[in-house]
Design a protein around this ligand. Structure first.
Ligand SMILES: *[C@@H]1O[C@H](CO)[C@@H](O)[C@H](O)[C@H]1NC(C)=O
Ligand SMILES: *[C@@H]1O[C@H](CO)[C@@H](O)[C@H](O)[C@H]1NC(C)=O
Ligand SMILES: *[C@@H]1O[C@H](CO)[C@@H](O)[C@H](O)[C@H]1NC(C)=O
Ligand SMILES: *[C@@H]1O[C@H](CO)[C@@H](O)[C@H](O)[C@H]1NC(C)=O
Ligand SMILES: *[C@@H]1O[C@H](CO)[C@@H](O)[C@H](O)[C@H]1NC(C)=O
Ligand SMILES: *[C@@H]1O[C@H](CO)[C@@H](O)[C@H](O)[C@H]1NC(C)=O
Ligand SMILES: *[C@@H]1O[C@H](CO)[C@@H](O)[C@H](O)[C@H]1NC(C)=O
Ligand SMILES: *[C@@H]1O[C@H](CO)[C@@H](O)[C@H](O)[C@H]1NC(C)=O
Ligand SMILES: *[C@@H]1O[C@H](CO)[C@@H](O)[C@H](O)[C@H]1NC(C)=O
Ligand SMILES: *[C@@H]1O[C@H](CO)[C@@H](O)[C@H](O)[C@H]1NC(C)=O
Ligand SMILES: *[C@@H]1O[C@H](CO)[C@@H](O)[C@H](O)[C@H]1NC(C)=O
Ligand SMILES: *[C@@H]1O[C@H](CO)[C@@H](O)[C@H](O)[C@H]1NC(C)=O
Length: 757
């Protein structure tokens, strides 16, 4: 209750009413609204003791609720003003949904999205009859949906929650005015049938990522945007679904179990911009009629069984910039028509069993290609030198083929190249020093070939290079000290990606390829892998390509976590030798260093502590001398594998400070001596971490156990911190990255295997 109230009469009356009735009454004045809001504030504060949102400021600077952050009123003249809008999106609200919103009788706008609300939607909300806009998206609400009382609703967004049952439960009662309905990413089930027939004003309907099934609702053509992606809808798509009134701009039927042919009548949808039919079981010809949808910019037909002949009429789609015909098992040569889509920027033809046609199709002459994905085919012979003459190329993905011979040094002439993935081929020869000219390169993936020779020092000129994987080749020689310059300045590349102004095309990144670049088994990357769901893929990759951090990692040499882009260097399974250059400490953007299974020798330089490592593996080499105790200062270290080397001297006590360590192996360093303390992090590991180290003295309980200790507690009962904190921060950061969804924002999926070497 406020003390400096000017207009205290009604307030006193309310107090009086509350006193006698014990309740708040729904009222028709700003003062009552204010009381309700103060109740709301107390409710939020009760559910969230620390780290509160802007509601905490209510009643602090002003006692006019219309001036409170997150609140808007109907007018500015206080006499008649009423609270009409509450926007507390992204305001650290947790607990259940407030059960008294209906006391704000003029409330028309309520946005509580991006909080951590849980529990069911209270019946009270169903009495907020004046609500026009309700956004509860990105919370953890569950239970059934019943908003039958809200018949003025125009916008309803409950996406990304855990709401279940039938989506039509509230329809058609709330349908009259509804323009936007987004129930994406919940647990809705059942069939749709004619469920939306009465929603005459509906324009945006997003049912994606639920468990809906049955046949497709015949009536979506009058919407602007319709997505049922990632459900279990089945049956054929009928010609009658596309009448001459089709108004659609975005149609996403992907990832269902639709069968049969795509009807040519789809060309009645003359305004289509994005058509996504991928991940279904469509068969037969791609309809020639599609060639008349002149507004089409993105056509995704991947993972179906379309027949190989692609109608020439599609060549008249002169706005088409994104074309995905991956995973249709075409076989033979790449169809010649692909070389004629001169405006195409993204050409995605992976997983098609192609054996040839790279030249005859003419795809290498396409002037505007920025993303060419021919991975998972059966191409053989030398890599085409002609690729070096594709001036717009940013992503070149030729992994998982049978290309042989050497890597053309001309590939160094692709100034805009950001990702080069030639892994899992039969390439030999050495890494061309000309790669040093690739100043925009972020990813260099050459793993699992037969490359030999030394790592060229010129590679150190690639100052954007943050993700380097050369594993499982036959590379030899030392790590050139110059290599420690990689990744020191990627800002120009990130900046150019931020400038990319075509949001539609920029949004349509193909996630499959990129997902392979995440080392799923190694922290911190494993977290991202897990949260990289279809919905999030696009925003995560967009974020990464713009240099937004998604991992909280310890700043070099400190325990302070900061958000930064974590790079990796993966050199395992080669014949690299010599000492690790002390300059390695300069690599302050790298969180994973894998040097295992090589022939490195000498001491491990203590400067390694300056790297913000989460994962360090130097196993199966010939390192000797003392293990630098400085490693104990790498506070975020989670995996440490020093096994199978020749380290000697005392076991570094400092390792017990590595409170995040969850995998540790120092086995088979027979000259190591010292005592493993009975308490602390080290005592949480079992014998397998210390095998073949006869001089190491272990606590008895480690000697005596052959089973794995429970990972949750250690021996002094102190809870071991698993990775939940980092996981939490990752989610937090991701929440931030997810902000950038626009009208045409569509979703990128990430099917595909976890492949990492
Ligand atoms: C909502 O109002 C009822 C009376 O109408 C009251 O008993 C209850 O405590 C209020 N709930 C909250 C969370 O303020
Ligand atoms: C509230 O008013 C401010 C300032 O006029 C405006 O920027 C904001 O969009 C309004 N919020 C809502 C939810 O209408
Ligand atoms: C609601 O608040 C969020 C977060 O502060 C803001 O991004 C959004 O634009 C606001 N919405 C309106 C309609 O003002
Ligand atoms: C609901 O809120 C989310 C997150 O704040 C926002 O992205 C979305 O556009 C909003 N939905 C509608 C229909 O405005
Ligand atoms: C939905 O709520 C209304 C009023 O709150 C109630 O009358 C109706 O029975 C509910 N419907 C279902 C299916 O629970
Ligand atoms: C529905 O919500 C999801 C998740 O918030 C979002 O990605 C999608 O773009 C929204 N759909 C529409 C049509 O706005
Ligand atoms: C579909 O298109 C064909 C050929 O244009 C036409 O004969 C047929 O009537 C159309 N079907 C429907 C249901 O509109
Ligand atoms: C291809 O689509 C089917 C559905 O027809 C789906 O089950 C499968 O996972 C998809 N494959 C990939 C690799 O996305
Ligand atoms: C796809 O259709 C083909 C032929 O109609 C059938 O043999 C195959 O089993 C179907 N695949 C799936 C995943 O339904
Ligand atoms: C290629 O891209 C440039 C620049 O965006 C554009 O001006 C040109 O029209 C495009 N060429 C074709 C054939 O679409
Ligand atoms: C890399 O940088 C060094 C030193 O500036 C220079 O001598 C060398 O030519 C560069 N290599 C390439 C391929 O650009
Ligand atoms: C099309 O749908 C598939 C499967 O849901 C998804 O992976 C892909 O990103 C979508 N493409 C576009 C351009 O929306």
């Amino acid at each position: 209750m406020s003390d400096e109230e000017t207009n205290s009469w009604p307030v006193a009356l309310i107090v009086f009413l509350i006193l006698i009735t014990g309740t708040l009454v729904a009222g028709d004045s700003l003062d009552i609204d204010k009381e309700v809001l103060l109740n709301l504030k107390a409710f939020f504060e009760g559910n969230n003791q620390i780290n509160r949102g802007k509601y905490s400021q209510w009643n602090k600077q002003s006692n006019n609720p219309c001036e409170w952050p997150g609140i808007n009123c109907s007018t500015t003249t206080t006499r008649t003003a009423r609270v009409t809008s509450i926007n507390l999106s992204d305001n650290k609200i947790s607990g259940k949904l407030f059960g008294n919103f209906s006391l704000l009788t003029e409330l028309s706008f309520l946005d509580l999205s991006k909080n951590t609300l849980s529990g069911v939607i209270p019946e009270d909300l169903n009495r907020c009859q004046n609500l026009v806009h309700l956004n509860l998206s990105h919370n953890m609400l569950d239970g059934h949906l019943n908003l039958t009382g809200l018949n003025k609703l125009e916008n309803l967004d409950i996406s990304v929650n855990r709401i279940c049952g039938k989506v039509q439960l509230s329809l058609p009662t709330i349908c009259d005015k509804l323009v936007v309905l987004n129930v994406s990413a919940n647990d809705f089930m059942g069939v749709i049938n004619g469920g939306f027939d009465t929603c005459q004003n509906l324009q945006f309907l997003d049912l994606s990522s639920n468990k809906l099934s049955g046949e497709l609702w015949n009536g979506f053509e009058r919407l602007l945007e319709f997505s049922v992606s990632e459900n279990n809808f089945n049956g054929p798509i009928l010609p009658s679904m596309f009448g001459t009134n089709c108004n659609l701009q975005v149609l996403d039927l992907s990832a269902n179990v639709f069968t049969g042919q795509v009807p040519g009548n789809i060309s009645n949808c003359r305004s289509l911009i994005i058509l996504n039919l991928s991940n279904n079981n469509f068969t037969g010809k791609i309809p020639a009629e599609m060639g008349s949808i002149s507004s089409l910019r993105a056509l995704c037909l991947g993972n179906n069984s379309f027949s190989k002949g692609i109608p020439d009429s599609l060549l008249s789609l002169n706005k088409l910039t994104f074309l995905d015909l991956s995973r249709n098992n075409f076989g033979g040569d790449i169809q010649e028509i692909f070389g004629k889509f001169i405006q195409v920027e993204f050409l995605v033809l992976h997983s098609n069993l192609y054996t040839g046609g790279i030249y005859t199709s003419g795809i290498l002459k396409l002037p505007n290609i920025s993303n060419l994905d021919l991975s998972f085919n059966k191409f053989s012979g030398p890599l085409p030198v002609e690729i070096a003459e594709m001036p717009s190329l940013k992503f070149l993905i030729l992994a998982y083929n049978e290309f042989s011979g050497t890597i053309p040094s001309d590939y160094g002439n692709l100034p805009r190249l950001q990702a080069l993935d030639l892994s899992f081929n039969w390439l030999n020869g050495s890494i061309p020093p000309t790669f040093g000219k690739l100043r925009s390169l972020l990813w260099l993936m050459l793993a699992n070939n037969s490359l030999s020779g030394e790592i060229p020092p010129d590679l150190g000129n690639c100052t954007s290079l943050l993700w380097l994987n050369l594993a499982n080749n036959q590379l030899s020689g030392k790590i050139p000290p110059q290599l420690t310059n990689i990744g020191t300045n990627a800002s120009a590349t990130f900046e150019s990606n931020r400038q990319e102004n075509d949001r539609i095309v920029a949004g349509l990144r193909e996630c499959l390829a990129m997902r392979r670049w995440i080392p799923a088994n190694y922290p911190p990357f494993s977290f991202v892998y897990d949260i990289l769901t279809r919905k999030r893929c696009r925003s995560i990759w967009d974020g990464i390509l713009q240099g937004n951090s998604i991992f909280p990692i310890c700043a070099a040499g400190s325990s302070v976590r900061t958000f930064q882009i974590p790079g990796y260097v993966q050199l395992s399974g080669n014949r690299l030798s010599g000492e690790v250059p002390p300059d390695i400490g300069k690599m302050q953007k790298f969180s994973m260093l894998h040097l295992g299974f090589n022939e490195f020798y000498g001491k491990l330089p203590p400067q390694i502590e300056e790297m913000p490592l989460v994962n360090l593996n130097i196993s199966n080499n010939k390192f000797s001398g003392e293990i630098p105790g400085e490693i104990g200062n790498i506070k975020c270290l989670q995996n440490l594998d020093l096994s199978c080397n020749n380290f000697s001297g005392m076991f570094p006590e400092s390792f017990n400070n590595l409170s995040e360590l969850s995998k540790f192996n120092i086995s088979y360093n027979p000259l190591m001596s010292g005592v493993i303390p009975i308490t602390g992090q080290l005592s949480t590991f079992d014998k397998s971490s210390y095998l073949g180290d006869p001089l190491l003295e272990l606590p008895n309980f480690i000697y005596n156990t052959s089973y794995k200790l429970p990972r949750s507690t250690n021996h002094n009962g102190k809870t071991k911190r698993p990775n939940s904190f980092s996981a939490f921060l990752v989610i937090l950061a991701l929440t931030v990255t997810f902000l950038t969804f626009g009208l045409f924002s569509l979703i990128i999926s990430i099917p595909g295997p976890k492949i990492w070497v």
